[in-house]
Each structure stands twice: as structure tokens, then as C-alpha cells.
Design a binder for this molecule. Structure first.
Ligand code: G6Q
Length: 548
């Protein structure tokens, strides 16, 4: 069954939220805390060693209730149930959206067109596990009989960002194998990665759902050429494996039938790291840790599916985003993990969110009249404090921030961790508290009065800048799985309420088509005259400079 088609702006809740925004002067978070001793408890959800503190947001009880009403009036519960049941909610591509099946340990059947997808999911996971164990133990050998030392994931977009983010996040849990990622069609990315690799002991995992992606195929063919400088065609089966739905193309490449890991069209690329697309993760951290990550994801899937909306972390994160984007005029939101190992989390979530919800037509094909798909960005603290935090504290934009911190480090440098935690707590406090002109004047006391007056405006922090804190006990595979799934579902919540289709991505196609048309003009002698004047001119200039 299709998702309901409800224009959110026509709901009562939307009107109430607009009125609340228009009638309330500034919502002062500090005074909300003063007025309500229970605010911190009311706006903190702790679920199994996982805490979401959203009390430092510009919401009152009334606004929070209207946001929940918005979710109810648009019948979010129905959307959630349809996603989990395998309904074809990716309507524009006529596909189900079942990434939750990839990590389902409920033992229940999940039927798609009458077939239980769980059988294939389990079979693939088992194949991945056996393969991983063989590679890690050294039983799987390269073409000269040596064990594997290096793994190279060749893929892009959803076939790169997720595995890369997780392998980095779980580096503490990694085994002896070195992991590399090639994604960009830029030859430097390939050459710089392979230049120090030994073809005899390197395993290439070509990851492409379609096996038609220009970047991945070009990179894979370059690597194959490099490999064949020292090996024979028949050796490919020892050092290359693939993850794809397009078996004939994989075989054409020379990859052995036993070395192909399948996935399905009901898993979107950006939601696929828990499928065989995550093979390089499993090989890097081992089958046990991969399984723990899936278990973390599954626990959140169940929590998301069954928790009441007002206690549901993904729902709350999604609704807060809607409040800021659609009513308070925020255009972006920042993800700020205070964990170096989560340095790629923002780029990963950026794709998941912006590719899913960067849509301008609603589910009936009409242009929306409200903003969708906020711009997501971020970076790891404390590094980011020394770069863009200036704008967060004193800039003109309203940027809600999600901070993520683990209570315990994976390393043994407790003092470092104490300082890290002090910094993350201080940043949230500073964003909310600000610094008034009076305090600035006090701090400048002793300086000449005209100097104090001159400097004061520059040193004032207006404060009242919203942030949400996610605290976990430790960055384990299980907890990482929970973080990923919570954000996946946040994206679903937002796309659902914005009444758009979150699981297609037609917006990436036009540029690809045009690049195909330009390619012969770059490589051949054809005169560039088919384009606009600027593009024609740039092509001519490029050709006059080209020396390779
Ligand atoms: C993600 C997108 C996209 C995709 C890449 C790679 O949801 O679909 O980022 O993952 O374009 O596609 P292939 O895996 O087919 O090479």
C-alpha cells in the first residue's frame, strides 16, 4: 500500500505551530529552565544506556505537543508500519524499503510479493561470515598462495560512505588487515591508494549495486589492469570479489561465481551498510562485531516501530528538525560527534539525509510550498571548535546542533577523555547561556572606559542557540549501530511528514547524463558547440590547455 498523501501545512498542528511561532516573542531557553524544574527530566529520554537530552531546544511544552500532533495528524504511525511491512513505499521506483530486514533478528518472516526475504538475507550473511573468517584467518589466499594483508573497497556514494564511516568508527575493533577505500573517479585516488599495495596480498572488493556506475567501473578496470601487470586473467578470482545485484556484469568482469555477494533492489544505496555492501566492514572488524552492529540497529528498529511517538528518539529528532526548518527558518543543522573515530559520521548522514529529503515535489507530484531536506553538515569536536564554531556562537544563522559523546573512551587515556567531555558540555552550555554585555564589561574591567565600550559588542554572545546531546556509554559496534539506525529513522520521519518520497534520487541523474555527452568532446576532435556559451568556452579552453 502506498504512503498516505497528506499536505502537512493543511493540518491543525501546522497552523498551531505557525501561530505559536508568530505569537511567541523569543523563546528563551534559560527562562524555560528557570520556570520548570522538571524540564531536564521531561526532555531527556534514556533508553538502555543511550541518552537523548533535548532540553536545550527552543521548544515549550505546547510546541512539543503540537509537533507530536503533527506526526499524528499526518499519520506517521501508518507510514512506519508500511515501511516495516514491506509495502512499496518507494513508489516512484515501485520498490519496497526494507533495510530493516537486513538486521532483523526477530525470527519472523518478512514477506515481499509473497516471498520471505529473510531466507536470502540469512544466506548472504552466512556467506559473508564464512568468507570473512577465511580472509581474516589467512585461509583465503591471493593468487600466489599468500594470505591477504590489505582490503580495498571500490565503490562510491552509498557503496562507499557507509563502509568507510563504520570502518573508521570501529577502528579500535579492527583486526590486522589494512583497509583502503577508492571512490573518486579522479585517477589520483586510485594511484595514491594502489601505489604501495602488493597485488599478491591485496583483496579488492568491488561494491556496486548496479555494476554500471561509471566511477566504480572505471576504477575497478584500472585496478584490474594494474593487477594484470603481474598476474593472469585466471588469477582475478583469487583477489577480486564483488557485491552487486547485476550478476552478468560481475561475471563479465572476470569475478568468480563464488566470490559474488548479492543484495536487493529493496535496499537503497544510502541505507545499505548492513547488507553485503558492508562486506569490507565485516572483513575489517570481523563477523562478531558486524553482528553486534546489526543487533544494535535491530534494537533501534524495534524501538522505533513500537515506542509511542512522544518517547521515540528518531521521531523527536525529526520533529525538532521540522520545527527549526519550517517554522524558525533554520536552513542547516550540524552533527558534532566528540569522537575522532566518528569523523566521517556527518558526511555519511549528509548523504543519507540530503539525498533522501532534498525533494521539491510532494507525493502527488505537486511543487511543495514549504522547505524540505535541511542542509546537514558537521565535523568532529574538538577540532571543529577551532574552525567553524565561531559562526555557531556569534554568527547570524540559527543552526541547531546535535552533539554526540561516549561516556567512556575505547583507549586508556582517561585524562584526554575528561577534557573531551568537558569541552562538549561547555559548548552546549555556551551556546545556550551566551555572554551578556554586562558580563563582558566586568571581564574588561580595568581597561579604559572607551576601550571597554568599543570592545563590548564584539565579545557579546547572544546565546539561546539550540543543541541536542546524545550520550552513549561507549563507542561499541552495538552503539554505533544504534546511532546509525536512529538517524536513518529520523530521516524517514522527516520525509514522511514533508509528504515527499525519500527513497528515490533522480536528482543525481542529469549531471551523469550530461557528463556522458561531454566525454566524447573531451576525448575526440568534435568541436564543442552543443552547449551554452559558457560550457562551450570552458571546453575549448580546457582542450587548448590539455597536454596528456
Ligand atoms: C544511494 C545512491 C547512490 C549509490 C551510488 C553507487 O542511495 O543510490 O549514492 O549508492 O550511486 O551506486 P552503485 O552501488 O550502483 O554503484
Amino acid at each position: 500500500m502506498a504512503l498516505k498523501n497528506i499536505n502537512p501545512t493543511k493540518t491543525q498542528a501546522w497552523k498551531k505551530l505557525s501561530d505559536a511561532y508568530n505569537s511567541t516573542s523569543t523563546i528563551e531557553m534559560k527562562s524555560l529552565f528557570r520556570q520548570d524544574n522538571n524540564r531536564k527530566e521531561k526532555y531527556t529520554i534514556t533508553y538502555n544506556n543511550f541518552t537523548l537530552d533535548f532540553s536545550k531546544n527552543r521548544i515549550t511544552d505546547e510546541i512539543f505537543q503540537y509537533l507530536i500532533d503533527l506526526a499524528n495528524e499526518t499519520d506517521l504511525a501508518d507510514g512506519i508500519q508500511k515501511m516495516f511491512s514491506g509495502d512499496k513505499i518507494n513508489e516512484t521506483e515501485n520498490r519496497a524499503v526494507l533495510h530493516t530486514a537486513l538486521r532483523s533478528f526477530s525470527g519472523k518472516e518478512i514477506l515481499l510479493d509473497g516471498t520471505n526475504v529473510m531466507l536470502e538475507v540469512k544466506e548472504t550473511l552466512e556467506k559473508m561470515k564464512n568468507f570473512t573468517n577465511d580472509v581474516v584467518s589467512g585461509k583465503f589466499k591471493g593468487y600466489t598462495g599468500k594470505s591477504i594483508t590489505d582490503i580495498v573497497n571500490i565503490g562510491i556514494g552509498g557503496s562507499d560512505l557507509g563502509p568507510r564511516m563504520v570502518v573508521d568508527a570501529l577502528q579500535y575493533y579492527k583486526n590486522h588487515l589494512k583497509t583502503h577505500f577508492i571512490s573518486n573517479i579522479d585517477g589520483d585516488h586510485v594511484m595514491e591508494t594502489i601505489k604501495n599495495l602488493d597485488p599478491e596480498t591485496t583483496l579488492f572488493i568491488i561494491v556496486s549495486k548496479t555494476f554500471t556506475t561509471q566511477e566504480t567501473l572505471t576504477n575497478a578496470l584500472t585496478v584490474k589492469k594494474w593487477f594484470l601487470q603481474s598476474a593472469k586473467e585466471s588469477d582475478i578470482k583469487h583477489n577480486f570479489v564483488a557485491v552487486s545485484t547485476n550478476l552478468s556484469k560481475v561475471y563479465e568482469f572476470g569475478i568468480d561465481k563464488d566470490n559474488v555477494f548479492t543484495m536487493w533492489d529493496w535496499v537503497g544505496g544510502r541505507y545499505s551498510l548492513s547488507s553485503a555492501i558492508g562486506l569490507s566492514i565485516m572483513v575489517a572488524v570481523g563477523a562478531k562485531h558486524f553482528r553486534e552492529m546489526l543487533e544494535g540497529m535491530h534494537s533501534v528498529d524495534e524501538y522505533f516501530r513500537t515506542s509511542p511517538l512522544e518517547e521515540n528518539i528518531s521521531v523527536i529528532l525529526g520533529l525538532l528538525g521540522i520545527w527549526y526548518a519550517n517554522f524558525m527558518g533554520a536552513q542547516t543543522e550540524a552533527i558534532l560527534p566528540y569522537d575522532q573515530n566518528l569523523q566521517y559520521l556527518a558526511s555519511y548522514l549528509q548523504q543519507a539525509s540530503m539525498e533522501s529529503n532534498g525533494k521539491m515535489v510532494d507525493r502527488s507530484g505537486k511543487k511543495v510550498t514549504y522547505s524540505t531536506g535541511s542542509i546537514l553538515w558537521g565535523g568532529a569536536g574538538t577540532n571543529s571548535q577551532h574552525s567553524f564554531f565561531q559562526l555557531l556562537h556569534q554568527g547570524t544563522h540559527l543552526i541547531p546542533c546535535d552533539f554526540i559523546i561516549a561516556a567512556n573512551p575505547t583507549h586508556h587515556l582517561g585524562h584526554h577523555h575528561d577534557l573531551l567531555v568537558a569541552n562538549v558540555l561547555a559548548q552546549c552550555e555556551a551556546l545556550m547561556r551566551g555572554k551578556s554585555a554586562d558580563v563582558v564589561r566586568e571581564e574588561l574591567a580595568g581597561q579604559p572606559p572607551e576601550k571597554i565600550e568599543q570592545l563590548t559588542p564584539f565579545k557579546v554572545f547572544t546565546g539561546n542557540r539550540p543543541s541536542t546531546m546524545i550520550m552513549i556509554d561507549k563507542l561499541t559496534p552495538y552503539n554505533l549501530g544504534r546511532i546509525i539506525a536512529l538517524y536513518e529513522h529520523k530521516i524517514f520521519v522527516q520525509g514522511y511528514i514533508w509528504n515527499i518520497f525519500s527513497f528515490d534520487q533522480f536528482g543525481v541523474e542529469l549531471g551523469k547524463q550530461l557528463a556522458k555527452a561531454i566525454e566524447p568532446e573531451i576525448t575526440g576532435h568534435e568541436k564543442p558547440e552543443k552547449h551554452d556559451a559558457s560550457t562551450n568556452n570552458l571546453l575549448l579552453k580546457f582542450k587548448s590547455w590539455k597536454t596528456y
